[in-house]
Design a protein around this ligand. Structure first.
Ligand SMILES: [Cu+2]
Length: 343
């Protein structure tokens, strides 16, 4: 029996093949994909009647059933809640819960995900440089997890097994507490072994530390670049920014021309060594890790390994539709592309 690889999937018509895969199981999918690869017509899932699954044509997932929508996530920053400590310093707190949850990552493709707070990516935690941060982590998942933050903190707050509270089992709870340092764009993710699995299942999110003096006013967006291995062969079948492939093709991100746009870009993609972001019709200032006030580059394409991140800033000077996507064409074809609709 031919094994359905990612490249065969592409030959079979991209995500149509992925839907087949999810519905028919690996072996049947291999057969179908093989048959479909020889036809000129669109790929059909061959299941439940209509079954047209090439959702580049407009089909999408049930965002409401998933419990999160990439069109909302893209501008959703979670500032937690604050109180003042003795001396006046801000204490900022969040509660994160690890939850096992099946989500639809492409039309008809269900994925047994592990999430923080029921969404992928987890909440975009946002704070200001120098504040005290307190994150209460509860594990409602069947598997042990942690939260490992990037940034500066003591070793017992590092969220890795064997240090501090170590891995948190089902029903367990711990508190991570540290100072918000340094200003920049960071991330958090589970750090339990097998690490690739714990990340690829969906346990990650963006973590933004604003500089003490803030940044210039802008229309701010967050894009966590990810993908999903839906058939457990340690290769991704779908790619996206903020989880759902093609979401911003179907419903472009509306922005205003002339306005400063700031995108917090984080790459968490597992199994592929490199990911990238490319913008059409413009170039952007690129601030790697967001830690310096000076842009490192003025470009239209950046490449990032897993954990690498940065801030992109630019203005559109004319209205219209402008694409953004990975500049690995394979990732683009499998979902990692979208549009800005400049009004
Ligand atoms: Cu985990």
């Amino acid at each position: 029996m031919a094994h359905l690889t990612r490249r065969r999937l592409i030959a079979a018509g991209g995500l149509g093949g992925a839907a087949i895969l999810a519905r028919g199981g690996t072996e049947a999918a291999g057969q179908h994909a093989h048959q479909d690869a020889g036809t000129d017509g669109p790929v059909h899932a061959g299941h439940e009647g209509s079954g047209h699954a090439d959702f580049r044509d407009g089909r999408t997932v049930d965002h409401a059933a998933n419990g999160f929508d990439p069109h909302e996530l893209v501008r959703d920053f979670d500032w937690g809640r604050t109180t003042r400590m003795a001396g006046g310093r801000v204490l900022r707190e969040w509660e994160l819960v690890a939850i096992d949850r099946e989500i639809e990552v492409a039309p008809g493709v269900r994925f047994a995900a592990w999430t923080y707070n029921g969404r992928i990516p987890g909440p975009t935690l946002r704070c200001r440089e120098g504040e005290r941060l307190r994150i209460t982590f509860a594990n409602a998942s069947e598997h042990p997890h942690t939260i490992h933050f990037h940034g500066i903190h003591p070793s017992d707050m590092d969220g890795v097994p064997g240090q501090g509270a170590g891995q948190i089992g089902h029903g367990g709870k711990t508190v991570y507490e540290f100072d918000a340092l340094p200003a920049g764009l960071h991330l958090y993710h589970c750090h339990v072994r097998p690490l690739a699995e714990h990340i690829a299942k969906g346990l990650y999110g963006a973590f933004i530390v604003d500089p003490r003096d803030g940044r210039e006013d802008a229309d701010e967006l967050v894009m966590v670049m990810n993908g999903f291995d839906t058939n457990f062969d340690r290769a991704n079948e779908v790619y996206a920014a903020n989880t759902i492939p093609f979401a911003y093709m179907h419903r472009p991100i509306e922005v205003a021309h002339g306005e400063l746009i700031r995108v917090y870009v984080v790459n968490v993609l597992e199994y592929d060594l490199i990911n990238s972001l490319h913008l059409h019709g413009n170039l952007f200032d690129w601030y790697p890790t967001g830690t310096s006030p000076r842009a490192a580059e003025f470009t239209d394409t950046v490449m990032l390994c897993q954990g690498q991140r940065g801030i992109a800033e630019w203005r559109f000077s004319t209205p219209g539709r402008f694409m953004f996507h990975a500049h690995q064409s394979e990732f683009t074809e499998l979902g990692w592309q979208g549009f800005f609709d400049v009004r």
